[in-house]
Structures are given as structure tokens and as C-alpha cells.
Design a protein around this ligand. Structure first.
Ligand code: ATP
Ligand code: MG
Length: 553
């Protein structure tokens, strides 16, 4: 097993101190997705952090759906998110919660704020509210409705809840400080009127709480000890603490911010991902080119490789873009250990071995050169075989060690062959090679007097192989930071991100299960896709064996 390097994680230090000092006996974290899209690799960072800490410190991690925006949310997303978190290897047991379960408590809390004189019903419309809010340079102006009596506020809030008013007529706002240098503290909205049908509470609520209020109170209700979020919430922390201080909640979770994951050559914003799906630039959320967890799953990445990646990049407050090579390294490292190796020819070129008899010669080949526990299988060798187009060059440079006219190469686990004749079609395309094999070269041997052959190539039997479709994926975008200096990130989509080939693979894969992974020798790691039929198995290439982009730049 390869040791996994672990990146820095400053939150671990905080937790260790809190446990050592007795501030907490057990830690409770939460992963709080909004069910308005599918999870991506950025969410995976947060999942691995929250569930990982709970696991490491024998605590608990809650899965909480932060469902306060009914227009954008759907149960379909809830199911998909649960599947993704499970697939990543994490378990929330009975701790599945929904902010919508707390609507009554949140409403009571807001009523409490009114009673304490810390919240009021405002009648400014959206434009006025903006104008009154001020700017970073200029303080805001107090709303003319700020000094309503507690009784009047309570009455209006009750009627808002009863559905008496139209959307936009009133908002409930916290009464904090319109002169605060922190814009979030300038009397932020707590509740707005919204006559939307909610996926879980139906039409029960005509008002919905705002994120900043709902989130901290939900954390407090659940007794979360450490509420971990990304850096853009740093300026919201005073508000998070203000609500809990004013309400004197029994629990007061500590909000800690860390930098979000940005990954090169892809996009991560839900809005952009949705556009890729809706405008058919990809084939759905789980298209293997997408940075979504479901896309990576379908592409053949393993949960462990994503967990290892997350622990490698670590948790800091530094904003940075992670090189995609770091993710790909984790993927290769895991697949190398778990995948049996087989022969597949992605882009086939026919060879007839003219001096080989018309028979099937079975060769015992190991499934993994470094690990005997994978066992072996018999691979049929025949007079007609296929090799990769790229393993032949009509006019090869000196350093090309594979086949060319008059040149020799070794067929892996079999014989050295020499190319005697090149056959072309009318258009001049090479369609077949006639070769001869050298008998005493079987199994890696070089007979006396013969020059050692450097090139070793993979092959499959023509008659004894399986026709498959291969889907060869490349990076979604062709530049590291898509959209920078452009009108639109779509201009940076990689036009060659998917190539579909008619390919061949050895017959041992005939009954392979959907989702099983293999290394096709020299061609990369592949996974059998759900689109497979018995006539046409489909294999997605998760990744090539080496970083092919490293050479380009
Ligand atoms: P939205 O723009 O809709 O708010 P979001 O990416 O914040 O999208 P959420 O469903 O709110 O989506 O995110 C759930 C959790 O995942 C949050 O705690 C959020 O901080 C975290 N998260 C989201 N994106 C990243 C990222 N790129 N890196 C690390 N954590 C992330
Ligand atoms: Mg969010």
C-alpha cells in the first residue's frame, strides 16, 4: 500500500484543543447542502472534512438539508446527494435533518427576537432597502419602520405567517446597526414573504427564513460544536454569533471558515454546471467530464481516491486553485492497486501473422505484475490479431521502438513479430500489416545472436475478442481558469473532451459487471458503463496511465 500524504488541517488543532480543555466531550459537525443541484468535488472536500473529523475524533456528523429556497429545490436532489455522500464512504446513521423541520422553532425564535426588541417588520421595498443599506464607504440609513412597537411587530409577523400579505409587502429584519462597517450587520432580513410550494412542507408556510438566521439557529438546535464553512462566510460570523447571543441558545456552535476548493480545467459553480447540462454541452449531471461526484463515479474514479485527494490538499485559509494533476495522481494511485490488467485495443489495426498456424494458442497471463493475488487468465493468441494504430508508423523516427516496415516489436506475453508488408486501402490508409513471428522469442526470450527488441506492444486476437465501445474522456475545459478574460466560460470548453471509438478487448471481459474497473495495458484505466448492452459493452476511460498534458506544456 502506498502511504497517503496528508496536507495541513488547522481545524484539527482547534478540535484537539477543545477536547483537551474539556470545552467539548464529543464533537458534532454537519454537512449542510442545499438541495438545489448535484454535489461536486468542492462539496467532497467539505464532506470529507466534516465526516472525516467526526470519524477521527469519535464524534458525530449530521447531514442537514438546508432547504429554505423552495423555488430552486427538489427532492430529486435530496436523493442524489444522499447517494453521493454514501458512495464517498460516509454514514450519517439517524442524523438526517432538514432545516424545514425547524420552521416552527425558527418562527418561535423570530417571535422571541421581536419581543426582545431586536427585530422589526419593515415596509421598504427591495430598491429602497438597497438604497437605505448604504455602501462600504457610507453608513446606511435607519428604516422609518424601525421603531414600531413590539405589539405591532408581533401582530404583523403573525399575519405574515397567516398568509395575509402579498410577497414583498413586509420583511422581518434584525435590529442591529445601520452604521456598522460590516454590511451584514445593517439590519439584515430574517424572514421574507414567499408564496411558494415547498417540497417537504407543502403550502404550510407563506414565509421563509433567510440563510444567515436559519443556519446558525439550526446549528444551535442540533448542538453542533464546530460549524465549518467556506471563507466567504467570514464576514457573516458576527451575525451568526449575534443571533445566538441575543436568543441565548443553550448551544453556541463555533463557526470556522476554510478556503473553498477551486480545481483547474473545470468549473464548479452550480449555475455554470446547470448551464452545461441544460444546454447539452454534456450528457447530464453524471457525464464523466463533469466535476460532479456522480460524474466522477461514472468515470471510474474511486471513493478512496477522492478521499485521499481531499486529505492531500488539506484545510487552510489560503485561497488557491488546485492543479488537476493532484486529483489525477490520487486516482491513478488507487486504480493501480485495485485494477486487474487486461488487453484492450482502443484504435485497432489488423495484423496477419503469415507463418502462424490457423489455431488458437492459449497463453497464461497474470492479471497484475506486482500482485499474485489477482491470479491469471488464458489469453488466446491467433493468426489474426489487432494492435493499436499508434503502435505502427510507416515512416518512423529512429527512437520509435514499435512497428514499422521491416521493424520488429514484441507482443506482450507472446512473440516478437516483424512487419513484412503494409497493406493500404484506395485512400492510402494503412489497413493491415503482414508480419512473421519468431518462434524462440516466446515469453520474453531473446535467442542468441538476435538483437534485443525494445518495444513491447499490446494486442488482442481477431476472432477471440469482444467488440466494445470506448469513451475516451479528456479535460472539460482547455485552459486552467475557464472564462478568465473571456465573455463566457463556454468559449474555453475543450472541443475534444470526448472521443468515441470502436475498440476491442480480450474475451475474459465478456461477463464483466457494470461498474467493474480494469487497466487496459498501456491505454489507461477503464470502467464498464451503465449504457452497456450485451451486443455492445461500453467502457469509459477514467484516466490514462500517465499525464499526457504534462508533455504539452
Ligand atoms: P450555492 O452557490 O448554491 O450556495 P454551494 O456550493 O455553497 O452553492 P451548498 O449546497 O450550500 O452549495 O454547499 C454545501 C456545503 O458545501 C457548504 O458548507 C459549502 O460551504 C460547501 N462547499 C461548496 N462548495 C465548496 C467548495 N468548492 N469547496 C469546499 N466546500 C464547498
Ligand atoms: Mg451555499
Amino acid at each position: 500500500m502506498i502511504e497517503n500524504e496528508v496536507g495541513p488541517n488547522f481545524i484539527k488543532n482547534i478540535i484537539e484543543e477543545d477536547l483537551a480543555s474539556g470545552k467539548h466531550q464529543t464533537i458534532i459537525t454537519r454537512f449542510p447542502p442545499e438541495p438545489n443541484g448535484h454535489l461536486h468535488i468542492g462539496h467532497a472536500k467539505s464532506i470529507c472534512l466534516n465526516f472525516g473529523l467526526a470519524k477521527d475524533y469519535k464524534g458525530v456528523c449530521h447531514l442537514r438539508f438546508d432547504d429554505t429556497n423552495p423555488e430552486k429545490e427538489e427532492m430529486e436532489y435530496v436523493h442524489a446527494i444522499k447517494e453521493d455522500v454514501k458512495w464517498l464512504g460516509f454514514n450519517w446513521d439517524e442524523h438526517e435533518y432538514y432545516t424545514s423541520d425547524y420552521y416552527e422553532k425558527l418562527y418561535q425564535g423570530a417571535t422571541q427576537l421581536i419581543k426582545l426588541g431586536s427585530a422589526y417588520i419593515c415596509e421598504l421595498n427591495a430598491d429602497e432597502m438597497k438604497e437605505y443599506r448604504g455602501t462600504l464607504k457610507n453608513p446606511g440609513k435607519e428604516s422609518p419602520y424601525r421603531d414600531r412597537s413590539v405589539e405591532e411587530n408581533l401582530d404583523l409577523f403573525k399575519r405574515m405567517r397567516a398568509g395575509e400579505f402579498d410577497e414583498g409587502k413586509y420583511t422581518l429584519r434584525a435590529k442591529i446597526d445601520m452604521g456598522s462597517p460590516n454590511m451584514n450587520m445593517r439590519d439584515p432580513a430574517i424572514y421574507r414573504i414567499k408564496k411558494s410550494h415547498h417540497q417537504r412542507t407543502g403550502d404550510e408556510w407563506p414565509i421563509y427564513p433567510m440563510y444567515d438566521y436559519a443556519h446558525c439557529v439550526s446549528d444551535a438546535i442540533e448542538g453542533i460544536t464546530h460549524s465549518l464553512c467556506t471563507l466567504e462566510f467570514e464576514d457573516h460570523r458576527p451575525l451568526y454569533d449575534w443571533f445566538l447571543d441575543v436568543l441565548k441558545t443553550p448551544a453556541h456552535p463555533q463557526q470556522i471558515e476554510f478556503s473553498r476548493l477551486n480545481l483547474e480545467f473545470t468549473v464548479m459553480s452550480k449555475r455554470k454546471l446547470l448551464r452545461l447540462v441544460e444546454d447539452n454541452h454534456v450528457n447530464g449531471w453524471d457525464d464523466p467530464r463533469m466535476p460532479t461526484i456522480s460524474g466522477m463515479r461514472r468515470r471510474g474514479y474511486t471513493p478512496r481516491s477522492i478521499r485521499n485527494f481531499a486529505s492531500r490538499i488539506g484545510i487552510t485559509k489560503k485561497d488557491s486553485s488546485i492543479s488537476i494533476a493532484t486529483l489525477e495522481h490520487s486516482v491513478r494511485e488507487d486504480l493501480e492497486q485495485i485494477c486487474p490488467r487486461v488487453f484492450g485495443v482502443v484504435d485497432p489495426l489488423k495484423i496477419t501473422i503469415t507463418n502462424f498456424a490457423d489455431e488458437i494458442f492459449e497463453i497464461d497471463c497474470p492479471f497484475h505484475p506486482k500482485d499474485d493475488s489477482f491470479g491469471s487468465r488464458k489469453v488466446p493468441f491467433t493468426k489474426e490479431i489487432f494492435i493499436e494504430q499508434s503502435d505502427f508508423m510507416e515512416d518512423p523516427p529512429k527512437k520509435f521502438f514499435r512497428l514499422g516496415p521491416g521493424r520488429s516489436a514484441r507482443l506482450k506475453y507472446a512473440y516478437v513479430i516483424t512487419c513484412d508488408e503494409v497493406i493500404k486501402d484506395d485512400a492510402g490508409k494503412v489497413i493491415e500489416l503482414k508480419c512473421t513471428y519468431i518462434k524462440d522469442t516466446f515469453g520474453g526470450k531473446t535467442p542468441e545472436g538476435m538483437k534485443k527488441v525494445k518495444g513491447i506492444i499490446n494486442w488482442v486476437s481477431a476472432s477471440e475478442s469482444l467488440k466494445i465501445e470506448t469513451r475516451l474522456y479528456d479535460r472539460l475545459c482547455s485552459v486552467a481558469i475557464p472564462g478568465s478574460g473571456k465573455e463566457d466560460f463556454l468559449e474555453d470548453l475543450n472541443p475534444d473532451s470526448l472521443k468515441v471509438n470502436e475498440s476491442l478487448v480480450e474475451r475474459s471481459l465478456k461477463n464483466a459487471d457494470i461498474g467493474s474497473r480494469f487497466q487496459f495495458e498501456r491505454q489507461g484505466y477503464f470502467i464498464k458503463d451503465q449504457d452497456s448492452t450485451s451486443e455492445k459493452p461500453v467502457f469509459n476511460r477514467a484516466i490514462t496511465l500517465r499525464d499526457t498534458w504534462a508533455k504539452i506544456k
